[in-house]
Design a protein around this ligand. Structure first.
Ligand SMILES: *Cc1c(COP(=O)(O)O)cnc(C)c1O
Length: 433
């Protein structure tokens, strides 16, 4: 039996993270998803070749566009996300740049928040303008009216993240989605810090979800990877997206109206972005990601409960000035966290240490269980001083706006035994005194 998404729908999240999108009978009954380590596939005969290349038959020809290992991964993430289709990329940045290039052309604008991941900010600020695509930054991301104010006739997308970096601020996703849709543009959300287990972007109005799968989706810190998932149902033929109108004209006969209505964004992403820019995920990476995804919900539950305990410990510590974690009642985002993140607002937090930069670095360098790394979303606990690393290239005011001060540390809380995490922080604090 071939894969049918509807067969997934009644299964729970944890069951789907193990099984969705894979039918062993299509793969010699191998129970593990096989790694198709090949550059290309035999086409069979002339008629089949023509059907593959006019897209009237789905199949694999060249691995820059598709590979059966990646197909299982794409179906699995689409199932977990509740979307219609997905495309796998070689990195999170390849997924994000592919998404923006799929939507925007010269003269277009993107409306985005200022607390984005550094790579996304520099793409929007330093690269896309050279291609005639400019960004309007939202003045106050806590105020939906500020999104409305940034949208113009030339806006083609609104771009946000599930949890701001490193202050863990939360945008009112539903309100912003409604504003974007009233202007006929899609809402794109980078859901890397939350994963589909903690946040359901499509149920709150988002149209496209991007991931750095390098982080929690993989979980083990062994691969660089990206994914893009589509909700389906956004009207790309509303007059604002001529490239999609052309694509629709070219493809409607072979792919069919019904599939295009559901998956136009990801179809074009594969046929244009992967095909012409490259950047597909390798099948080996897809395999590692499938291994990681099998335990996603279990890991995220543990990440969240550990992060809550670490946040509470830090907040009560006399050498701490401030903790930013929306799971704390003291957070101004606590209400939005309860609404959008019923299972907990992720496991990344920032903390301002009393005693300035010297004290913060003293703490950082004495941590033993937390590793000193710029990465986040690993099963292992990580810590970093953003002002001298992830936010180093920003000027002081930009850093301050993102909640990054000289005495700020960012923690990505892992799944270790909680007593060891709290004990590690405790012993490191003793070096400050
Ligand atoms: C890491 C990260 C990215 C970039 O992903 P890569 O896989 O490193 O290319 C994008 N967005 C967020 C939120 C990230 O944490």
């Amino acid at each position: 039996m071939s894969y049918e998404a509807f067969r997934d729908e009644e299964l729970g999240f944890t069951t789907r993270q193990l099984h969705a999108g894979y039918d062993p009978s299509e793969h010699n009954r191998s129970k593990a998803v096989p790694i198709y380590q090949t550059a290309a596939f035999e086409l069979g005969d002339y008629d089949r070749c023509v059907r593959l290349f006019d897209y009237s038959e789905e199949g694999h020809s060249y691995v820059r566009f598709s590979n059966p290992t990646n197909t299982v991964l794409e179906r699995r993430i689409a199932s977990l996300e509740g979307g219609t289709a997905a495309v796998s990329f070689a990195s999170g940045m390849a997924a994000i740049s592919g998404t923006l290039f799929n939507i925007c052309q010269q003269g277009d604008e993107v409306v985005a928040v200022k607390t984005l991941y550094g790579g996304s900010t520099s793409l929007l600020e330093g690269v896309l303008p050279d291609y005639g695509i400019t960004c309007r930054w939202v003045e106050d991301e806590d105020d939906p009216a500020s999104f409305e104010a940034a949208i113009t006739d030339r806006t083609r997308a609104v771009y946000i993240e599930c949890l701001g970096n490193p202050g863990m601020n939360i945008v009112d996703i539903r309100a912003v989605a409604d504003i974007a849709h009233a202007h006929g543009v899609p809402l794109i959300i980078d859901n890397t810090f939350a994963t589909p287990y903690l946040l359901r972007p499509f149920e709150t109005g988002a149209d496209i979800v991007c991931y750095s799968a390098t982080k929690y989706l993989a979980g083990h810190g062994t691969v660089i990877a990206g994914l893009v998932v589509e909700n389906g149902g956004f009207n790309w033929l509303n007059g604002k997206f001529p490239a999609f109108e052309r694509f629709h004209g070219e493809m409607a006969d072979s792919i069919g109206e019904e599939v295009l209505a559901r998956e136009m964004f990801t179809k074009r992403l594969r046929m244009r972005s992967l095909t012409d820019f490259g950047g597909h995920m390798s099948p080996m990476t897809a395999f590692f990601l499938l291994q990681g995804l099998e335990t996603l919900s279990l890991r995220m539950d543990r990440h969240v409960s550990n992060a809550q305990r670490v946040a509470e410990f830090l907040e009560a510590h006399p050498l701490v000035e401030r903790v930013n974690y929306p799971g704390l009642a003291s957070s101004r985002y606590h209400g939005l966290a309860q609404r959008y993140f019923p299972k907990g607002p992720g496991a990344i937090l920032s903390v301002d240490i009393a005693g300035g930069k010297r004290a913060a670095l003293e703490l950082l360098e004495h941590l033993r269980v937390f590793d000193y790394m710029v990465n986040v979303g690993d099963a292992k606990s990580l810590a970093v001083h953003p002002a001298s690393s992830t936010h180093f290239s920003q000027i002081e005011e930009e850093r301050a706006a993102a909640g990054v001060f000289d005495n700020t540390l960012r923690l990505s809380v892992g799944i270790e035994d909680i007593k060891d995490l709290l004990g590690d922080l405790e012993q490191a604090f003793e070096h400050i005194r």
